[in-house]
Design a protein around this ligand. Structure first.
Ligand SMILES: Nc1nc2c(ncn2[C@@H]2O[C@H](COP(=O)(O)OP(=O)(O)O)[C@@H](O)[C@H]2O)c(=O)[nH]1
Ligand SMILES: [Mg+2]
Length: 228
């Protein structure tokens, strides 16, 4: 699953690096679903040309898009879902390693902070913010996690069925983590590579960092969201 918002530059590159043959050899018949948040550049044309399935999400925000993609996943009979940004920061080549590391009924998260973090991949503000938010998450919720805001996750079907989420924007990863903590979903992290994005960042460090911290605190008080 590739979330997109104006990622015409990154999408084709990310798609072309997905290791379809290696996944096939592992027994996976992979397909690519693009969940788009209302791109106004050529993202949807690129996605169509590549033959991706496209979800044009209702509402705005990465969280809303991901929740909609999860809903669709639940209606199909697929076994595993992998999510990564379409901006060229994560390495699709590392997908087989993620998929084969998913704990039983659990989730694996790609860990950039103890992985191969390329020079210039992350601004110093974001580096500090990522460490602070990860520390806050563990302090509040206890369950170990190395890189709260990573965008490279691989989920078993059972884990997706158990996640309880209502995030609209970039708090979605933090809420997936808190849901793992409260629904007892097994979580594992493996080191991954992370490089500089192509195109414009959509996340605002201070504004979205604050929303992520707020979400972590809210979920300490109200561990699960109301079903919507
Ligand atoms: N579906 C959807 N995707 C989004 C939206 N906003 C951002 N994205 C995508 O989510 C991913 C993460 O956004 P990005 O700007 O890279 O944030 P960062 O990686 O946390 O700095 C990228 O692939 C974006 O294109 C949205 O509103 N809807
Ligand atoms: Mg990104």
């Amino acid at each position: 699953m590739l979330p997109t918002l104006d990622e015409e530059k990154g999408l084709a590159d990310v798609y072309s690096r997905i290791p379809f043959d290696e996944l096939q050899a592992l027994g996976f018949d992979a397909r690519v679903v693009v969940v788009d948040g209302g791109s106004t550049d050529g993202t949807l044309d690129v996605a169509k040309k590549l033959g991706c399935e496209i979800i044009e999400q209702w509402g705005e925000g990465k969280g809303a898009g991901i929740r909609q993609a999860f809903q669709l996943f639940k209606e199909k009979n697929d076994d595993v879902l992998v999510m990564l940004d379409s901006d060229g920061t994560y390495f699709p080549e590392e997908m087989t390693r993620l998929v084969t590391s998913i704990p039983d009924s659990g989730i694996v998260i790609g860990d950039r902070l103890r992985g191969n973090l390329h020079k210039d991949a992350m601004t110093s503000t974001n580096w500090v913010g990522n460490h602070l938010l990860t520390w806050l998450a563990v302090s509040l919720h206890g369950t170990p996690i190395n890189d709260l805001c990573s965008g490279y996750w691989a989920f078993s079907k059972n884990a997706i069925n158990r996640l309880k989420l209502n995030s609209m924007r970039f708090e979605i990863e933090a809420e997936m983590y808190t849901s793992c903590a409260y629904q007892n979903i097994p979580l594992r992290h493996i080191p991954i590579s992370y490089s500089k994005r192509v195109g414009e960042a959509k996340l605002g460090s201070i504004k979205d960092g604050t929303s992520i911290a707020r979400k972590l605190i809210i979920r300490r008080i109200f561990p699960t969201p109301h079903e919507d």
